[in-house]
Structures are given as structure tokens and as C-alpha cells.
Design a binder for this molecule. Structure first.
Ligand code: GUN
Length: 312
């Protein structure tokens, strides 16, 4: 898909339009549109499977506390479930919920035949041990792909439930036919949720992968080597135009709410306006990776449902 060219007319002093200075503008990697397409496909498949097996796939999203960003994400996930025909078994818990209460809920959901996917929305309040809870989710219902067994499967290149955000990024790159084999990919961010699994997926796809992070020396120089640059730090505007190689593909995983004189808005890690004139492709925020995360969560839930029925 070629980049579009925006032309500017620069009037000469005498007012005659003479020059056309082409300013390349990156094409969008439109996660919102692709997520809609995936959801429509999933809805059709779910209808068929539901009549075949007599039940809808089920997803339980557990949320503890009242973090407004998490609450918005969870509502978005549940709305998406409803749209495609996945049954929601979500539960909300007050901030002071104990580790053992949550362990019991997870144990019950592991046994529940109506539930194919379990997700604990992160971050959790400080008194809770998220890692311990993630271990307790049945790996076959771990639609977040964060259980050590699923992360191990990813490391070994085996099929399994893979983390939603990295899977969403890969699906977006695939949809736009971005070449990955032999390309330099730089992932900025080393979280278990995004940076590390995404680096493994890019490696599996044949890219040469560098993981950079907040302690990397000369981040700009590292970033400029990237044919595919992924920003997953949560630091608004970290990636400037100078950090982007001309014609690179830039994927912005960050999403932060900033308040300024114009009000409150969501921004990514990438200085979108500046990078647009350097990159070949760029994801918008919002409307890029976010909707793809939700689409992959639904996809993982359906995969888990299908595996369960295959085995039965
Ligand atoms: N918080 C922000 N993104 C995610 C996600 O993908 N999964 C979970 N469990 N929590 C999150």
C-alpha cells in the first residue's frame, strides 16, 4: 500500500503559484478498521459454533479497584464480547479484596465449563501479588497469554495462547503486508505484557530484533536503525521525528491520558504529527493498537473454546 503524497502550493512573492513541494505523509495502519473486520468474522464463526455446541464461548474479566483507565478498558472488552456473541462472566471487586478471595474466584472459573477465557485486568492494587494470580489461571484459559506455560510456548515457537497486544501488532503488520523477514525491528519497552513477547514474535517472523528500554544508551541512534519501530513505554511523545528512519513503519503501543490547556486527551509514545512526515506507515492513537488488543482477546477466547471442544 503506497504512502500518500500531500502537496503544498508555495506562492511566489508575486503571488503566482509555482512550486509544488511534496511532503510525504505516512499511511495509517488502521487498527480500528481491522478490528471491526476481525470482529465481524468472529461473530459469524461464533454463530456457527454456538449452534454446533449449544453454548457461546465465555470470557471472565476480573477487575479489582476503581482505576478509571482499567474500568474503561474492561467496559470496552465486555462491549466487544457482546457484539460478537461471547458471554461475559466478568466480576468487579473492591480495592481491599484479598489475595485468597481472588484465588478462590480463579479456582472456580478454572472449573466452570461455561468459561473459556480468564483475564485479570492489570495493574492490581499494591497489596496483591499479580504474578501469583497469573500462575493460578488454567493455562488453557489464559487468554492474556501471561501464564509462564504460554510464555514458554511462545519462546519455543509452539502454538498456544499468545499475549493480545503483541498478537494484535503482528496481525496489523500482516494485514498491511509489511515485510518482516530480514528487517531490523526495534522494540522500545521490555514489559512482559508487550515488549518481550512482541520481540519474540518479530524474531519468529524473521526480523532482526533489538529490545531497547529506559536504560539504553543513545536510544535515538538505536531507534534510527529500525525498519520497524515499536514504541511500548507509556511515555507520551518519546519518539520524535529525529528518531525515525525515513520510510520506517512505526507502531505506537503507548496510550496515556494527558491534560493541558485544551483539555484531556489520549496520546501515544510517538509524536504522531512529526513522525507522519518521515515514516511510511504509522499507527494512530487512539484507533491503532488498542482496538487490535481487544480483537485478539476475542480471538483467543474463541481459540480456547475451539480447543476445548476439539478435545471433548
Ligand atoms: N492492562 C492493560 N493492558 C492489559 C492487557 O492486555 N491485559 C491485562 N490483563 N491487563 C492490561
Amino acid at each position: 500500500m503506497p504512502g500518500t503524497i500531500k502537496t503544498e502550493f508555495i506562492p511566489r512573492q508575486e503571488g503566482v503559484v509555482l512550486n509544488r513541494i511534496p511532503t510525504p505523509v505516512a499511511s495509517l495502519l488502521d487498527g480500528k478498521a481491522l478490528a471491526h473486520k476481525i470482529q465481524a468474522e468472529l461473530a459469524t464463526r461464533i454463530q456457527t459454533l454456538q449452534s454446533q455446541f449449544g453454548r457461546a464461548p465465555g470470557l471472565a474479566v476480573l477487575m479489582v479497584g476503581d482505576n478509571p483507565a482499567s474500568a474503561a478498558y474492561v467496559r470496552g472488552k465486555e462491549r466487544a464480547c457482546q457484539k460478537v456473541g461471547i458471554a461475559s462472566f466478568g466480576q468487579r471487586f473492591p480495592t481491599n479484596t484479598s489475595q485468597s478471595e481472588l484465588s478462590q474466584v480463579i479456582a472456580a472459573l478454572n472449573q466452570d465449563q461455561q468459561v473459556d477465557g480468564i483475564l485479570v485486568q492489570l495493574p492490581l492494587p499494591d497489596h496483591l501479588d499479580a504474578n501469583a494470580l497469573l500462575y493460578e489461571i488454567d493455562p488453557d484459559k489464559d487468554v492474556d497469554g501471561l501464564h509462564p506455560l504460554n510464555l514458554g510456548r511462545l519462546l519455543r515457537g509452539e502454538p498456544g495462547l499468545h499475549s493480545c497486544t503483541p498478537a494484535g501488532v503482528m496481525r496489523l503488520l500482516q494485514e498491511y503486508q509489511i515485510p518482516l523477514v530480514g528487517k531490523q525491528a526495534v522494540v522500545i519497552g521490555r514489559s512482559i505484557l508487550v515488549g518481550k513477547p512482541l520481540a519474540l514474535m518479530l524474531l519468529a517472523a524473521g526480523s532482526t530484533v533489538t529490545i531497547a528500554h529506559s536504560q539504553s544508551h543513545d536510544l535515538s541512534a538505536i531507534a534510527r536503525t529500525a525498519d520497524i519501530l515499536i514504541a511500548a513505554t507509556g511515555r507520551p511523545g518519546l519518539v520524535s521525528a529525529e528518531m525515525v528512519k525515513p520510510k520506517a513503519v512505526v507502531v505506537d503501543v503507548g496510550i496515556s491520558r494527558v491534560e493541558d490547556s485544551t483539555g484531556s486527551r489520549l496520546v501515544g509514545d510517538v509524536d504522531f504529527n512529526a513522525v507522519q512526515s518521515v515514516a511510511q506507515f504509522v499507527t494512530p492513537v487512539p484507533g491503532g493498537v488498542g482496538p487490535m488488543t481487544v480483537a485478539m482477546l476475542l480471538d483467543n477466547t474463541l481459540w480456547s473454546f475451539s480447543q476445548r471442544h476439539k478435545a471433548s
